[in-house]
Design a protein around this ligand. Sequence first.
Ligand code: C5P
Length: 405
Amino acid sequence: MSEIQGKNIVLAITGGIAAYKTPELVRRLKDQGANIRVVMTEGAKAFITPLTLQAVSANPVSDSLLDPAAELAMGHIELAKWADMILVAPASADAIARISNGLANDLLTTICLASEAPLVLAPAMNQQMWRALATQENIERLQKRGVTIWGPGAGEQACGDVGPGRMLEVVELVELSVGFFQQSGIRALAGQKWVITAGPTREAIDPVRYISNHSSGKMGYAIAQAAARAGADVTIISGPVNLTTPTNCERIDVSSARDMHKHALSLASQADIFIACAAVADYRVAEVAEHKIKKTDDNDEMRIELVKNPDIVADVSKLNDKPFTVGFAAETQDVEKYALGKLTRKNLDLIAANNVATEGQGFNSDNNALTVYSKDDKYPLPLTSKSELASQLVNIIGQQFTKRQ
Ligand code: C5P
């Protein structure tokens, strides 16, 4: 279970166009199990309504320091004490300046001053306002005081400028929040290098066609995210997927099984742990046509000759300095028998087996169930989200790896 579960976060929203992203931020933080109370400045209310944020947070929104009714419900000091973290997102240049100067001229700045909770700012402003010496000095001063600054990102801005000043994306803020609480817990995998293959491979038939499979890459990416959160140095060798790279992970994009094999073999000998989560095509086209293959009128059949691809995980486990190696077995029948067969045949340390014929789990689904086997042990991990399952799996891998050291 993630450390953010049950944590109290005050989300303080200031006036900036990025405020339109905050309802989604609230939803995603709540998905992670956090309790959210929203504080808004007057400026924030010009961009987004308190009613929206009340609805998504399922809590009243606080927006005034001097409202007797609100003070009676949960006063500003109470709110400041309730918080395990105060996240100011978006943090405008004005809010940054006021917080940095220790002002208490509205509810937001008063709570920042009155709370012992860690303070995190996600700046969002025009690139020139961000670059301005006044803003930079304020940021530096805040950092010296131990305030955490997330972002800003760079790119196209609402005003049309391009440069630094964009609020980080919601997924990034959620990931950083989860990691923030994790840091105060155990970073059990600090110093370990994990290499993970993920997603499908594509085997070209001609310049426009290929053979592939339904792997979404979600399981491999969830494992990468869980390992990175626990402090591991993670590289994903990724087939073509539609996923964003998890925070603090390196990603190498590949297409074919041979591409993936080349990168895996070059990285694996420096890795502590290698996880083969990719759905690698077992065969590739013997001779890839140089030009698009044309349909012919005189023949209703077409034959493509296939040859075997290298087995990436089996080759990794043959290395002299073999990392702790984990494979996956996606089966439609006799799951345990086939999984144990692969464990031995591919010389793996662990194998995670799942039944992809079962509705609602496996390929492309957000949920999965696995049974993890070593030579001597068996760990059933029942159906849950891929993200939760990945945390459980990463724990088992981490423990088994330490046991072998
Ligand atoms: O395809 P198979 O069921 O044998 O896959 C079992 C494990 O082997 C998986 O972890 C998969 O990522 C890995 N594998 C591989 N290279 C292949 C085929 C499978 O690394 N060519």
